[in-house]
Design a protein around this ligand. Structure first.
Ligand code: ADP
Length: 170
């Protein structure tokens, strides 16, 4: 799906949309876990000002991996993609929340093909192969909603206010 931004509703005094409750599904793939970049990924999102509302480590079932990537089912690499995601090394499934998180998460992750990714992005810094590109980030509001529902039970999503929130979002 083409990237899109979910911007609507009231604006702040700075003229920005108040999308502070927007959420995205971000997942460190098995190669990212294996290569021990989990801490760096979390650190980048935390330091940017985003809020971690859910996190878990799991080896996804075939069924879950297939459903997550169902839109790619007709692509030749789909079986290899499902095998990669379910290889036995855990993924780190997360939900991050904050202003414009869906679009910014995509920018922070970088292009699908790491060779096209900005060198400062996560993929641009850590990988060189589209078939081992370290991390997933929802590409649109609809896919974020679907993916969060697929990977998490609503009870797993925390509702809390970080102490620095007023210093991050005006
Ligand atoms: P993104 O993960 O950036 O949203 P896509 O939704 O197009 O990208 O693809 C999902 C995942 O499928 C990619 O992150 C990558 O792991 C894998 N993939 C995409 N294209 C290829 C390809 N040509 N060869 C192998 N794997 C691919």
């Amino acid at each position: 799906a083409a990237p899109s931004v979910h911007l609507e509703g009231p604006k702040t005094i700075a003229g920005e949309y108040k999308t502070s409750s927007e959420r995205s599904f971000i997942m460190i793939k098995p190669d990212g876990t294996s290569r021990q970049i989990v801490g760096d990924v979390i650190k980048r999102f935390e330091q940017r000002g985003y809020k971690l509302v859910a996190i878990k480590s799991l080896v996804p079932s075939q069924e879950l991996a297939k459903e997550h990537y169902i839109d790619l089912a007709s692509r030749p690499f789909y079986p290899a993609l499902v095998k990669y995601i379910t290889c036995g090394t855990p993924v780190i499934a997360m939900v991050w929340e904050g202003k414009d998180i869906i679009r910014q998460g995509r920018r922070m992750v970088g292009a699908t093909n790491p060779l096209e990714a900005d060198p400062g992005s996560i993929r641009g810094q850590y990988c060189i192969s589209v078939g081992r590109n370290i991390i997933h980030a929802s590409d649109a509001f609809d896919s974020a909603t679907k993916e969060i529902g697929l990977w998490f039970d609503p009870k797993e999503l925390a509702d809390y206010e970080p102490i620095a929130a007023p210093m991050i979002t005006a």
